[in-house]
Design a protein around this ligand. Structure first.
Ligand SMILES: NC(=O)c1ccc[n+]([C@@H]2O[C@H](COP(=O)([O-])OP(=O)(O)OC[C@H]3O[C@@H](n4cnc5c(N)ncnc54)[C@H](OP(=O)(O)O)[C@@H]3O)[C@@H](O)[C@H]2O)c1
Length: 257
């Protein structure tokens, strides 16, 4: 395929001009798939956004009180770390930071670098003792600056960016553009019900990585994505199956918009 990077777009032409036979479009779909994040950043100015959700077969991602560890088995969780490892950045919401105190780093996978960790946190409520702050390499998007909280987080090595929308929350589409400007090709989302809902509603998600455990939690438990009720069945958010595989005791479903 042609390199979508404008800085490299003339490479093939220069080879051809030098008398070297150049063929393009061979295995183009495979090449595009391999470089999906890079192509997205170059052509759309935003990363390829992959939303990971672990849920029961009835689509529940946490108990009503917020507990969600662990819904899926060890093999699925290890697989999730491999997907984290290939991403340039891993994103979550303040709700998840408060409920789970996650580290959001890559563990159990041989990786040359840890992805950047990103938190969507409107009011800078991330506790300075949160485990996610360990080791730096952390970016916080907030909607309102607070000098004292910012200083406490910066002292822990975090970088803070203020990006508000009209409702006083973090403005998500420009956040994606800001991440692309920092070179993020693939963004791996591991947020809760609310952030997932906003990202889907605002058209920010390209792919879902569902891990489905053969169990049921019932209607009192939290769902996967906070979406408004569609006006009609036809107005539901439709996805296309991309790959379905059994991972240990769980099912992994990759679906795209
Ligand atoms: N099963 C899974 O795969 C999985 C993965 C991760 C988390 N979880 C579970 O999810 C639960 C947490 O879910 P949650 O919904 O409370 O938390 P969340 O989605 O991680 O974070 C939501 C918070 O982000 C802030 N926010 C800022 N800008 C936003 C925007 N534009 N749109 C939406 N939110 C924005 C909001 O806080 P403000 O109101 O302060 O602005 C909102 O309350 C936990 O129980 C956790 O265990 C499950």
């Amino acid at each position: 395929m042609r390199d979508p990077n404008p800085a490299a777009a003339h490479g093939a032409d220069r080879l051809a001009a030098a008398g070297i036979a150049v063929a393009q479009g061979l295995l183009e779909d495979e090449a595009r798939e391999l470089n999906i994040g890079f192509v997205s950043r170059m052509t759309r100015g935003r990363p390829w956004v992959r939303m990971k959700i672990a849920a029961t077969l009835d689509g529940r991602s946490a108990l009503a009180d917020g507990r969600s560890q662990w819904i899926t088995g060890e093999a699925a969780r290890a697989d999730g770390h491999r997907w984290r490892a290939r991403a340039c950045a891993v994103l979550t919401g303040i709700g998840t930071v408060k409920a789970d105190d996650p580290q959001l780093n890559v563990r159990g996978v041989d990786t040359p670098r840890q992805p950047l960790r990103v938190i969507v946190d409107s009011r800078l409520e991330t506790p300075p003792a949160a485990r996610i702050l360990e080791g730096g390499n952390l970016l916080l998007f907030c909607a309102a600056d607070d000098a004292a909280r910012r200083r406490a987080l910066e002292a822990k090595g975090a970088e803070v960016v203020v990006l508000a929308n009209a409702s006083g929350k973090v403005d998500l589409p420009p956040m994606l553009e800001a991440l692309a400007k920092r070179g993020v090709n693939e963004l791996h989302v591991e947020g809760g019900f609310k952030l997932n809902g906003s990202l889907v509603r605002e058209g920010c998600v390209d792919e879902f990585l569902f891990y489905l455990n053969p169990s049921l939690l019932g209607d009192t438990a939290q769902g996967m994505v906070n979406l408004p009720a569609p006006a009609a069945l036809d107005a539901r958010t439709r996805l296309r199956l991309h790959a379905v595989e059994r991972i240990g005791e769980d099912l992994r479903v990759i679906a795209r918009r």
